[in-house]
Design a protein around this ligand. Structure first.
Ligand SMILES: NC(=O)c1ccc[n+]([C@@H]2O[C@H](COP(=O)([O-])OP(=O)(O)OC[C@H]3O[C@@H](n4cnc5c(N)ncnc54)[C@H](O)[C@@H]3O)[C@@H](O)[C@H]2O)c1
Length: 246
């Protein structure tokens, strides 16, 4: 039997959660994937690894903070693929080690612009294609957007904004035909934690892993796949929490 078709954009596609997602999506779907990331080398590796008969992968080396480059990449994919069913707005970064008051304004702006701004911009660029396909936007937010995180208040706040963007947009689904859902993972074992193993975060992550299991990226990929399969899901904010060590 032929595999179902998918036309999907994944941002932050060279990262840890994206890799687990690509493992699962490429095993189950044919179609066309558009991968966006600032890490050109990582992106090309992903494209090479997962391209196969029936599944085309186009990498777009893009800084998602660059408005025009982001919109050009998404339009180019939408035209080449003949549509977009799913936008997985996954790219995100921690802000900087150290408390808010000593964090540079550049780092603050970068974090807000990626964790929230890029979610809105990618959705805006993909909108005509998503509307035509009655597609869906799945935001990879964070548990830190639901509960406050003192050690990175900008990360926490920008993820909260991404969650509210999802919830607010989901209220318009009857009018737009586009579904909006978000996944809110706890602490996941991916390269993002390497950033946090400096300064305050390193101590925080170390303390955390003494008491809690890290979530594996495959769990996030499973949650994403469930949202893709359940086409009626809308306005869902799926929290994935760390299990306490026994
Ligand atoms: N790992 C965790 O503990 C955790 C927990 C909750 C939420 N999240 C969220 O999950 C998402 C994926 O994170 P991950 O854990 O896979 O981290 P990761 O660091 O492995 O992946 C993030 C990807 O985003 C890319 N990126 C960074 N800045 C970019 C930019 N300006 N333009 C384009 N791409 C850029 C990076 O190159 C990287 O490939 C993020 O939004 C993160 O906030 C992660």
């Amino acid at each position: 039997m032929a595999s179902p078709q998918i036309h999907m954009i994944i941002t932050g596609a060279a990262g840890g959660i994206a890799a687990a997602t690509l493992d699962k999506i490429t095993a189950q779907y044919d179609g066309h994937l558009g991968l966006l990331d600032i890490n050109t080398e990582g992106l090309n590796e992903m494209a090479q690894k997962y391209t196969r008969d029936g599944l085309k992968i186009t990498p777009y080396s893009t800084d998602l903070r660059d408005h025009k480059a982001t919109s050009d990449a998404i339009h180019s994919f939408g035209e080449e693929a003949g549509g977009i069913d799913i936008l997985f707005a996954n790219a995100g970064i921690m802000t900087a080690p150290g408390p808010f008051e000593v964090t540079s304004l550049d780092a603050i702006e970068r974090s807000i612009d990626l964790n929230f701004g890029a979610v809105a911009r990618c959705t805006h660029a993909a909108w005509p294609y998503l509307e035509k396909a009655s597609g869906s936007v799945i935001v990879n937010a964070s548990g830190a957007g639901l509960k406050p995180l003192a050690s990175d208040v900008i990360y926490s706040s920008s993820k909260a904004a991404a969650i509210m963007f999802t919830k607010s947009s989901a209220l318009r689904t009857k009018e737009t035909g586009i579904c909006f859902n978000a996944i809110c993972p706890g602490v996941v074992d991916t390269p993002i934690l390497n950033d946090s193993r400096t300064g305050e975060w390193r101590d925080e992550v170390h303390f955390f892993t003494q008491h809690f299991e890290l979530i594996q990226p495959e769990e996030i990929a499973d949650a994403l796949l469930n949202l893709i399969v359940d086409t009626s899901a809308n306005g869902e904010i799926i929290e994935i929490i760390n299990r306490r060590k026994t």
